[in-house]
Design a binder for this molecule. Structure first.
Ligand SMILES: NC(=O)c1ccc[n+]([C@@H]2O[C@H](COP(=O)([O-])OP(=O)(O)OC[C@H]3O[C@@H](n4cnc5c(N)ncnc54)[C@H](OP(=O)(O)O)[C@@H]3O)[C@@H](O)[C@H]2O)c1
Length: 254
């Protein structure tokens, strides 16, 4: 662990979903480097094992967050292991490109199950523990949670829903000391586009087009986003709740 990293999360316990790759892995590592004990969740055991190898403070649980009973299992695993829960990072998510002309029931349902229902049930399961610790939830949205996305309306709609859940839960829980915020990444170099089914040449084309559009001239790396998830989650930010912080190199301004 780099000695320069301040350990603001010492003694705290976090759950990070989607921790086997991309933003989730970078967030699990950043939180562990800041002193937290982290339960990383995802479906692929090998990917999670690689995340766990990055830091001693990370334990992992292979689980599909959409499965029946998954939320309770995830939360009780963290609490049984470490006796408390201070932070839930709802990061697992997927994009899907689907025009209105091609819209089908299964794709809509799958997207909402993963991007909206699973984070809701995880937050529900975490709540009693977060009340005890005056803890926090950070939801991972997208620039397209608050901007339209032609050809990806349902992805945008799921992230928009997540942003409204963020604000509504923040208001509902503020008096109990539980904070709820969201970080909305712009284009970030991860497996997301491949996971959405794009062939490699299309991934390269989309990323090149995004690079052109981002005012700061590059797409993010996962650590750019993880850094802000950690800052938003930091207990020293106790007066910030219900906010959606866009981290996109200025894309939404253009
Ligand atoms: N990359 C971008 O440009 C970008 C931009 C804006 C927002 N975001 C958001 O950032 C978040 C992280 O995405 P990423 O870019 O880091 O992509 P990623 O590398 O594909 O990460 C998504 C993670 O979610 C996990 N996951 C997917 N379905 C799951 C399920 N049913 N149960 C448990 N875990 C599941 C995946 O692991 P398994 O497949 O092993 O389960 C994977 O590790 C997502 O919410 C995404 O919408 C990304």
């Amino acid at each position: 662990m780099p000695s320069s990293v301040p350990r603001h999360f010492s003694g705290l316990v976090a759950i990070v979903t989607g921790a086997g790759s991309g933003i989730g892995r970078a967030t699990a590592v950043a939180l562990a480097e800041s002193g937290a004990r982290v339960l990383g969740v995802g479906r692929r055991q090998a990917a999670l094992a690689e995340t766990a190898r990055a830091h001693d403070g990370i334990a992992v649980l292979p689980v599909d967050v959409r499965a029946d009973g998954a939320a309770g299992r995830v939360v009780s695993t963290a609490v049984q292991r470490w006796g408390r829960l201070d932070l839930l990072v709802n990061n697992a998510g997927a994009a899907s490109l689907m025009s209105l002309a091609d819209t089908d029931h299964a794709t809509i349902t799958d997207l909402f199950d993963l991007n909206v229902t699973a984070p809701s049930l995880l937050a529900h399961a975490a709540l009693p523990h977060l009340r005890e610790t005056s803890g926090a939830i950070v939801n991972v949205s997208s620039t397209y949670g608050h901007r339209p996305l032609a050809g990806g309306a349902h992805y945008a709609a799921t992230k928009s829903a997540l942003e409204q859940l963020t604000r509504s839960w923040a208001l509902e829980l503020a008096a109990e000391g539980v904070r709820v915020n969201a970080v909305a990444p712009g284009p970030t170099e991860t497996e997301a586009l491949a996971a959405a089914g794009l062939p490699p040449e299309d991934v390269r084309r989309v990323r090149a087009a995004e690079r052109e559009r981002v005012p700061t001239g590059r797409v993010a790396v996962p650590e750019d986003i993880a850094d802000w998830i950690v800052r938003v989650a930091d207990p020293r930010g106790a007066f910030v709740t219900g906010q959606v912080l866009t981290v996109d190199g200025g894309l939404e301004l253009s």
